[in-house]
Design a binder for this molecule. Structure first.
Ligand code: DGL
Length: 248
């Protein structure tokens, strides 16, 4: 049985965690986040790297063999440095702009955090996969943080803020929306229903990459161990996947 670590600045990586648990891989999971410092957007690369090392060290206490950086911002800013520092496998997540080359969908758009948008890694992705700039790109200032508040507040309390942040969806023709931040899939059902769009979440590709890279396969196992730590200083809690179903 493999032990896999998953990390994010906050609750966003739980969207990937939800898909990981559904994928029935022969693995147990440990999720660590840095909720005291979310969002990472706007923080320096050095600060992010320092915090991520604390998270990785926390995951290593659980003897994980691989860590998924379930955060587009952290992947774009720090994955290369983390790979240089540790002798374990790191798998990242990046805005799936290459979806453009695998679909006949029209009117594609991508939403992502401002920090990911500004990163060199993202600029290189655009040059590589969308040199004609066919995908409309919308960096969003606050959506990740608003979604993070769903941990404490009800969706109804936050809906007006979400709608304001996504105002452009009301006046632009968009059929498919690529979600370039792991917080966003936590509200994908809401997005699809309210704006009549299809959402694209790259989690399943990350999971399939993980399964090949670590040579782990699906099993009949129903309930993998899943432990969660919300703050670098906090202890581990046992959580159940149904807890995520509150988020949309
Ligand atoms: N879930 C993170 C991401 O995918 C949120 C970014 C942040 O903390 O700013 O980018």
């Amino acid at each position: 049985m493999k032990k896999i670590g998953v990390l994010d600045s906050g609750i966003g990586g739980l969207s990937l965690m939800r898909d990981l648990i559904k994928s029935n891989l022969d693995a147990d999971y440990f999720y660590a986040s840095d909720s005291a410092n979310v969002p990472y957007g706007g923080k320096s690369q050095d600060f992010m790297l320092g915090q991520l090392k604390l998270l990785v060290n926390k995951l290593l206490e659980k003897r994980v063999e691989a860590v998924i950086i379930a955060c587009n911002t952290a992947t774009s800013e720090t994955i290369n440095q983390l790979r240089d520092c540790y002798d374990i496998t790191f798998i990242g997540i990046e805005p799936y702009i290459n979806y453009l080359n695998h679909t006949t969908d029209e009117n594609l758009a991508l939403i992502l955090t401002e920090a990911t948008f500004e990163s060199k890694r993202f600029k290189d992705l655009v040059l590589k996969y969308d040199s004609k700039n066919e995908v409309k790109i919308y960096p969003l200032k606050s959506l990740a943080l608003i979604i993070e508040s769903l941990f404490e507040k009800s969706f109804t309390e936050l809906e007006a803020q979400i709608r304001k942040e996504l105002e452009f969806l009301e006046n632009t023709k968009i059929d498919s929306l690529i979600l370039g931040c792991t917080h966003y899939p936590l509200i994908s059902k809401y997005l699809e229903k309210s704006y009549k769009i299809k959402t694209i979440d790259p989690s399943k590709f990350v999971i399939s990459h993980l399964s090949k890279e670590l040579n782990i396969h699906s099993t009949n196992k129903k309930d993998p161990t899943f432990q969660y730590s919300r703050n670098i200083q906090s202890g581990w809690m046992d959580k159940h996947i149904t807890d995520f179903d509150i988020f949309y």
